[in-house]
Design a protein around this ligand. Structure first.
Ligand SMILES: [Zn+2]
Length: 332
């Protein structure tokens, strides 16, 4: 059995410090996705090129509630560009953007704090956000999304109930190294699972180097995981018979510095993505790179997969720590 691999990108704009700034900072729009450096898109542009070079399809979870602040453009244009490049466009939601519905939002900060959680929300509220998000993508000329990734990977059962009620059948809402769900049944490390009629494919959570007696967990990301670790995890996942491995990244992981000023390409992270793509392209006998959209027809009766916690050997974890530390100080 080949292990399905999902390259997923949370494609979003940034609040840009608008909620804490006394100096009038405003949100950051398409630069947070394009990450232009000297006229070259080191974020989205780099990713699209890299996927094209290796003939791989990715899933872009596009955040839709930012339209409250920015209107339909510029995300509509970015989403259409992603779709036109042959990738899967699905829905990402950060409810914090709805704060901008208040015309006096800046004044209101003194009394009402913005919140961005998708868990612990009333069902009707979740349904309304999901419908808004779906309608936005349709309005932007994209197919109706069937898959969701919640903002901050925050999730509870109500999210799945809301999804089912609007016909969304595929989720990648869990990354327990990022957010540990209160419901023990949602604490999933990997694989393919049914949750209240919705297929959940968690971002891979793996065991990091233990510190003392404490087991530490990490999510499979570009910034947090070296190429050596990522290929090791893929091999181990395949050997363990895992049905799916989900990797999480963002366009802004491929640059470093200040989005509003001095920005540079993050070559370490760019090499990691390119390396993972090359590895997957060469290992098609063991891995099938596919998309969330293609999981829509997954049979209800398919058995839930096991949920082992895989890990990386200590030398690889230490190597990554050193590489990440060096990358903080290197300026290209
Ligand atoms: Zn997000």
């Amino acid at each position: 059995m080949r292990t399905k691999v999902f390259l997923t990108i949370d494609t979003e704009f940034s609040i840009g410090g608008a909620f804490r700034s006394a100096d009038g900072a405003l949100p950051i729009g398409d630069q947070n996705v394009l990450c232009n450096v000297g006229g070259r898109s080191e974020g989205l542009g780099f990713m699209l090129e890299t996927f094209k070079t290796h003939g791989l399809e990715a899933t872009f979870f596009v955040e839709a509630l930012q339209a409250t602040y920015f209107g339909d453009e510029p995300m509509a244009a970015l989403a259409r560009r992603i779709g036109a490049a042959g990738h899967d466009v699905q829905l990402h939601l950060h409810p914090v953007w709805t704060y901008f519905e208040h015309p006096q939002w800046r004044q209101q900060l003194a009394t009402v704090r913005p919140t961005d959680n998708m868990h612990e929300r009333p069902l009707a509220q979740l349904v309304q956000w999901l419908q808004r998000g779906r309608e936005a993508l349709i309005r932007w000329g994209l197919p109706a999304p069937i898959a969701l990734r919640t903002g901050n990977l925050m999730v509870d059962r109500n999210v799945y109930r809301a999804m089912a009620s609007v016909g969304m059948t595929v989720a990648s809402n869990v990354a327990r190294a990022v957010f540990e769900p209160g419901d023990a049944a949602l604490r999933l490390n990997a694989g393919i699972h049914w949750v209240d009629g919705v297929l959940e494919l968690p971002v891979l959570t793996y065991a990091d180097l233990a510190v003392g007696a404490r087991q530490r967990r990490k999510a499979l990301t570009i910034t947090g995981t070296s190429l050596a670790e990522a290929t090791c995890l893929l091999d181990r996942a395949h050997r363990a018979g895992l049905q799916a491995v989900v990797l999480l990244t963002h366009c802004h992981e491929f640059v470093k510095g200040d989005m509003r000023g001095n920005l540079a390409a993050n070559r370490v992270n760019q090499r990691r993505l390119a390396g993972i793509c090359r590895y997957l392209q060469r290992s098609q006998d063991r891995f099938e790179v596919t998309t969330m959209g293609r999981m829509a027809g997954w049979p209800q009766q398919a058995p839930a997969s096991d949920d082992p916690l895989i890990g990386v050997p200590a030398p690889l974890a230490v190597g990554r720590m050193l590489q990440n530390k060096l990358n903080e100080f290197q300026w290209y």
